[in-house]
Design a protein around this ligand. Sequence first.
Ligand SMILES: [Fe+2]
Length: 327
Amino acid sequence: MSRSDGVVRVETFAYRGKTYEAPVFDTEAPVVLTARPNDIARPLPAESPVVRCLHSIWNLAEFEVPRSPVSLGALTADEIAVFATQDAVRVLDMPIKMPDCAEYRVPRALAQFAGALQRIIDVEHRVNPHHADYHAYLTVDQRWVAPGTLHREAPCHVDGFQGARWSPKCRTNHTYTVSDLLPTAYYVQPFDFRALDERLHDYFWEMNAQVADTNEAHRWQPCPAEITMMDCYCVHRGVENDGTKPVFRTWMRLSFEERRRVFDRLGNAHNPLFEYEWPMVDRDIEQLHLRAFRESSDASLRVFPWQDLDGTPLPPGTPKTKPRLRT
Ligand SMILES: [Fe+2]
C-alpha cells in the first residue's frame, strides 16, 4: 500500500510554534468493523481499577489508587507484520465510531490497523455495556525513532485529563494502545493532587514531580505488541530508544470518550465516512498558562519538551527537554 492510496492530500495546521498534519481521506472502499463481543474467551478482570471506573464520572481522588493498564494479549507475529506496514499516514484523534452507531468506519488508507482494531472493539463491547454512548477516536503514529529520543515526547501525563474547562465533569475515558516496540511506561503508584488548583496548576508537571520523588521505582511496561486498556488515571510516558540504532515504531491508540467529549482540536483528522461538521479550534495546554505547583523543583520537571530549562523555546532540530525522573 502506498501513502497515496485513499489519501487525497495532507493539510497542515500550525499554531503556537507547533505543526499538525491532518490527512484528507477519500470514501472509497472503507473498512467497516462491527464488534463480536461473544468471541472473547475471557472477560477483563473486574477487580482492576480500570475496569471498575469504566463509565464513571471523573473523580480526582481516583489518582490515589495505583493502577496498571489491563492486558488484552499481544498481537501475533503475522498481525504485527500487517500492523507495522510502512508508509502509514499519521492521524490524530479521528472519530471512527460515533455515539448511537455500532459501526467502526475506517478509511481504507488505514486498513492495516483493522486487525488490531477488531480485537479491541470485541473487548470494548464485552466490557462496556454503554458503548452506544461513546465516540472512538483513532490516533496512528509511525516513524523512525533515533537513539536517545522518544517517538512522542511528553511529560508524565494521562490521556483524557479533565481540567477546569470540563465543568461539570464528564464520564471518564478509556483508551486502548499498542505499539510494535518501545512499549509505553506506566507509573503504578498513588498520586496526590489534593493541594493543587485545576485553574492554576499544571497537573502533568506534578505527575513528573511525584514520579521523580520515587525515582521511577514504580515504572511498569507491557510487552512489545501487547494491547492494553488504560483509563484517564493511568499516568504514563513514552520511552526512549536506548539502543544505538534508529528503530521504526508503529503506535496506535483508540480512545473511547462519552458523547459530550467532542474532539474539535484543529489538527485532528476528519473522517469522511461520517456526516459531521465540528468547528475546529486551536487549543493546547500552553494557552492555559498553568504553573508548576512546586515552583522550586528540578526545572526539567516543569517545562514543556520544546522549551529549555529557562522556558525559552528550543531552536528547531535541537533535542527536546526530557524530565529528569531519576537521580
Ligand atoms: Fe498518552
